[in-house]
Design a protein around this ligand. Structure first.
Ligand SMILES: NC(=O)c1ccc[n+]([C@@H]2O[C@H](COP(=O)([O-])OP(=O)(O)OC[C@H]3O[C@@H](n4cnc5c(N)ncnc54)[C@H](O)[C@@H]3O)[C@@H](O)[C@H]2O)c1
Length: 361
């Protein structure tokens, strides 16, 4: 199959749909990979790396879309790309159709096969192509939180690990899912005291089993949250209610209970955030302060570490890309129920119920 990797043109997106290692694997199966010149540069992969792995470099995005039977990328096609998508072409990427009627209409019109990373779902109901980005964001949350706890950026002036003779900082993690566990692990590694809250006892039991004794689990309820926000230096929001807006576990009035310079990193900002005062920020301007509490609410945290994020993403997408290339989309989705859930729009028809519901079709 002819597989094309265009350069991402969405603002501030430096990831790329495939690494040189992915190209190498696909060419071993006899497929041809076309990549747009400089597509990997933002992630630290250069044209020469792709050439050595067996890719053919094309100058323009139009050439890549024009020649390829399957397009593999990171973000949804932008308006500029709408007209480039071909009938019967497979497009494998994050789409998030329900949030854009224009994109949905354009892809219906294109008569392409749209397979969305975010709806590929395994037997346990988890989303394997979203997990790596939560892992990146969870780990990064502690890195960012530690930085904003420093006094020159209006934090409490606390070193998370403490030093001999001085108690370590205290980190409160809301949600013991992917984000929460990765955050707890990083904070514990720095030597911080960690309290992690969830409403799912299975998750709390797991955390309790695998984490060191300075990671303490407690049930999530308003009473416990009100108690802990007074004594913790860094608060991580990692709560998710599938398909719904995140619950406001920290309300505006609670900010006054916190010590000045407390830092909140609300990773759940992309689902509305679990703090009432959360509003989305960007890597250019990541924080704002309300009632002396520092809020970090960047909606695309993995975008700041594209080298790691590209590799983490392509590690999980590549097996599906290989399946689609080897078998074609019909057979690949027939044989793989997880991949079948990724089918969103097929040759002009929406085949995913939530998208139909979103636009009342
Ligand atoms: N900002 C970013 O760049 C970025 C990147 C990746 C993920 N995210 C977001 O981070 C959030 C968490 O993602 P995840 O993959 O960890 O989800 P997850 O489903 O693995 O974990 C969510 C956890 O929240 C728990 N929860 C639900 N209600 C709760 C409550 N009232 N109190 C405490 N815990 C509660 C659930 O039981 C679950 O364990 C999502 O909104 C996701 O979209 C943001």
């Amino acid at each position: 199959m002819k597989i094309g990797i265009p350069k991402e043109i969405k603002n501030n997106e430096s990831r790329v749909g495939m690494t040189p290692a992915g190209v190498y694997e696909l060419t071993k199966y006899g497929h041809t990979v076309y990549i747009q010149s400089t597509a990997g540069e933002g992630s630290g992969f250069f044209d020469n790396d792709y050439k050595k792995a067996g890719a053919l470099i094309l100058d323009t995005i139009g050439q890549v879309y024009g020649i390829s039977e399957m397009i593999v990328k990171v973000k949804e096609p932008t308006e500029v790309e709408y007209a480039l998508v071909q009938p019967q072409q497979i497009v494998f990427t994050y789409f998030h159709f329900a949030s854009s009627e224009a994109l949905t209409e354009a892809m219906i019109k294109s008569k392409s096969i749209c397979i969305a990373y975010e709806t590929v779902e395994d037997d346990e109901g988890t989303l394997p192509l979203l997990t790596p980005m939560s892992e990146v964001a969870g780990r990064m949350a502690i890195q960012q939180g530690a930085k904003y706890l420093e006094k020159p950026v209006k934090g409490r002036g606390v070193l998370l690990g403490g030093v001999p003779g001085v108690a370590p900082g205290r980190v409160l993690v809301l949600g013991a899912g992917i984000v929460g566990i990765q955050a707890a692990k990083m904070a514990a590694g720095l030597g911080a005291h960690v309290t992690i809250l969830d409403i799912n006892m299975k998750r709390l039991r797991y955390v309790n089993d695998v984490m060191p004794p300075h990671v303490v689990t407690e049930f999530s309820n308003e009473f416990n949250i009100r108690k802990h926000i007074k004594t913790h230096d860094l608060i991580i929001g990692g709560v998710l209610l599938k398909g719904a807006k995140a619950p406001n576990l920290i309300t505006k009035d609670m900010l006054k209970e916190m010590r000045p310079g407390t830092v909140i990193v609300d990773v759940a900002v992309d689902q509305g955030g679990c703090v009432e005062t959360t509003k989305p920020t960007t890597h250019e301007d990541p924080i704002y302060i309300i009632d002396d509490v520092v809020h970090y609410c960047v909606a695309n945290m993995p975008g700041a570490v594209p080298h790691t994020s590209t590799m983490a993403l392509t590690n999980v997408t590549l097996p599906y890309v290989i399946k689609l290339a080897n078998l074609g989309w019909q057979k690949a989705t027939e044989k793989d129920a997880c991949l079948q859930k990724g089918l969103n729009i097929v040759e002009g028809e929406i085949v995913y119920d939530e998208i139909k519901e979103a636009f009342q079709i």
